[in-house]
Design a protein around this ligand. Sequence first.
Ligand code: ASP
Ligand code: MG
Length: 456
Amino acid sequence: MSIVMKVGGSILKDEKGFDRVVDIVKGREDRQVIVISALYGVTDSLINAAENCVKKERAIAETLVDLRNKHILLINSIDNKKIRERAIGKIEEKLAVLERFLYGVHYLGELSPRSRDLLQSFGERLSPIVMQAFLEAAGLSCVFLTSEEAGIIAHGEYDRANADMKKTTKNLKKNLLPKLKENVVLVTGFYGTDSEGNVRAFGRGGTDYTASVVAACIGAGSFEIWKDVNGFMSANPNIVSEAKRVPLLSYDEAEELGYLGAEILYPKCILPLRDYGVSAVIKNIFRPSEKGTIISKNGETSRAVVKSIAASKNIAYVTVGEAAMVKAPGVAARLFTMIANAGISINMIATSETNISFTLDRKNLKKIVKILKSNGSEFEVVEARDDVVLLGVVGEGMKNTPGTAGKLFSCLGRNGINIEMISQGASEINISLIVKEKELDDAIKCIHREFVEGEK
Ligand code: ASP
Ligand code: MG
């Protein structure tokens, strides 16, 4: 059987995480592909560096020192001198290439989306060198393929590209599968290349997506997403001490939870799984015997109406009014075109005859308010707030359970929590709410008590 494993940032923090990956890979007979992301925090540093290096030449050297230290520190924990030296040599080679690119953007004085994607892919080009050294030091034979070498083809916009599944399938069959017979194969996550060879990133958290693309394309017997937590929980355990692991989720549930801010999974990775009928299991690398969360077509086996409560603080809320809005056609279209033209995407919308409310990422609030208040704008900003959060409850069981919304609203009402905005998607498997940030913990606790702790 072939297994595709995704390992990522949070477990690539220190030696311990690498050792655990080695233990797991070593303990199995199966053919294993590891799709790997950058070391913890490295993509963030690369994005900052790319921006800083445009203006400050000094930032180039600083960036390289920082990356060299992070990677070599890990490699230095390996006993085998030959493996260590070879890995350090490869890190230096990649850093030399990165240095040239950083000078490139510095002398050009600009960072295009194309250069940005290329630069942010370097975390993924470096980390597999470390992983390969760890695996080899444990006596495993291991091949490392970059996304280019594996043939992961991307199309669509920079920084949020998608994989071309047909071409990628063909390429992986040719480039990856033959290597898998004798070796553990390491593949870089996060990006692919388009037909002209340009690097296109799949979006932050994109290694989950690469891994599910690979699992789908090669028809993996098993697909595992390794984390440092036991899978999805019914709520954030730092807020609700009674929170429990969610054993099973459907594709739709996992996707909704991802969008709602459960940081376990990049929601886009569900697409290839759904299209190709592949299941995924999320497991804890530090507790591999725990069952984790299985994500599959039929996630529903429990009677729980609400499986999980997720929240995102990265949210702001705007209400606009328009004097002539009542019965005037085209107002919403003009508003959303204006927002789209500013390159801003919105999440939730609620409208009445006189007002339109919507939510967006917090970082875009100032920009949108400025545009809405600019000369020539027909809109009036009634409210613009960043002291709110998005809270969502998710569960397939809601589809067949009348009264869920009523129960939810009255439980919040009883606890004195005001709901600022409500939306229930057409899929009926989630209800999203906007509440004040300072009331978030109380809201989660009371919903959990009502829906999860009550269930047997
Ligand atoms: N390294 C990339 C990021 O931080 C991709 C990933 O970790 O999944 O977004
Ligand atoms: Mg990640």
